[in-house]
Design a protein around this ligand. Structure first.
Ligand code: C5P
Length: 234
C-alpha cells in the first residue's frame, strides 16, 4: 500500500475496468487515493479493486451499504477481506445497522476506515423537503453524524459546508470526507452543494473526493497536481 499524505481521492466513475485502470495508470499512488463506486464495481467486481491495489493505490470502496444490520455487516467484512482502505454505509440505515458495521470491521484483520454517508451532496433543502424531511441539510447532516459517531464509526461523508460544524461537534479525530469538490471554473454538473479544494481543506476536510474535474481533464495528472498546489502551495 502507498503511504501518502494527499487528501485527494479520485473517483474512478467509469463503466469498465479498462477505462478505470487506464486513468489510474496516469495518476500517482503517492499523490492520491482512488475510489471505486457503484458503476465500476457492478461491472468489474472485486478484481478491479485488486488490480488497483497492485498498482499501489489505496482503495475507497464507495458502495454506500444500506440494508438490514446482518447484511451490511457481511458486506463490510467482505470489503475488509478485499483489503479496502475505506468503506462506507448510509447513516440513515439506523443505529443497529451502524453498530453491526462497526463491529464487523473492528473484528477484521485489515481494518478499513468506516465512514457514514450523511446527506448526499446532490441533495439541497428543496430536495430534502420533497423527501418528506422538514429540517435543513445542515441539521439533518449533524443528526446523522451523531448516530455515526455514537456507533463508533470513523467519520462521515458530507458537503464541505458541513465540515466545520462536524469537527466542532465531534472533534478533529472524527474524519470528514467531502465530495462535491469543484476547482474554480469547472462545471458543477449534478452536484448542488459544492466547494473549491482550498475551501474544503480550509474548512477542515480530511479527504476530498474529486471525480470529473480530474477524470475528464485532458491531462488528469496535471489536474490533480493543480488541485494539490491549490491546497498546499509549495
Ligand atoms: O465527478 P464528481 O467530482 O461529482 O464525483 C463525485 C463522486 O463522489 C461520485 O463518485 C459520487 O458518487 C461520490 N459521492 C458524492 N456525494 C456523496 C457521496 C459520494 O458525490 N455524498
Amino acid at each position: 500500500m502507498a503511504t501518502n499524505l494527499s487528501p485527494v481521492i479520485v473517483a474512478l466513475d467509469f463503466p469498465n475496468s479498462t477505462q478505470a485502470l487506464t486513468l489510474a495508470r496516469q495518476l500517482d499512488p503517492a499523490r492520491c487515493r482512488v475510489k471505486v463506486g457503484k458503476e465500476l464495481f457492478t461491472r468489474a467486481g472485486p478484481s478491479v479493486v485488486e488490480e488497483l491495489q497492485s498498482l499501489n493505490f489505496d482503495v475507497f470502496l464507495d458502495l454506500k451499504f444500506h440494508d438490514i444490520p446482518n447484511t451490511v455487516a457481511g458486506a463490510c467484512r467482505s470489503a475488509a477481506e478485499l483489503g479496502c482502505w475505506m468503506v462506507n454505509v448510509h447513516a440513515s440505515g439506523g443505529k443497529s445497522m451502524l453498530e453491526a458495521a462497526a463491529e464487523a470491521v473492528q473484528n477484521s484483520i485489515h481494518r478499513p476506515l468506516l465512514i457514514a454517508v450523511t446527506i448526499l451532496t446532490s441533495i439541497d433543502n428543496d430536495a430534502l423537503r420533497a423527501l418528506g424531511f422538514g429540517d435543513s441539510t445542515e441539521s439533518k447532516t449533524q443528526h446523522l453524524a451523531t448516530l455515526a459517531h455514537q456507533a463508533g464509526l470513523d467519520g462521515v461523508v458530507s458537503s464541505a459546508h458541513d465540515v466545520a460544524t462536524t469537527k466542532q461537534n465531534f472533534g478533529r479525530e472524527f474524519l470528514t470526507v467531502t465530495p462535491g469538490i469543484r476547482p474554480a471554473g469547472s462545471a458543477s454538473a449534478d452536484q448542488a452543494r459544492i466547494a473549491t479544494p482550498k475551501g474544503a481543506v480550509d474548512a477542515g476536510a480530511d479527504y476530498l473526493v474529486v471525480g470529473r474535474p480530474i477524470t475528464q481533464a485532458d491531462e488528469p495528472l496535471s489536474a490533480l497536481e493543480q488541485i494539490l498546489t491549490e491546497i498546499n502551495p509549495r
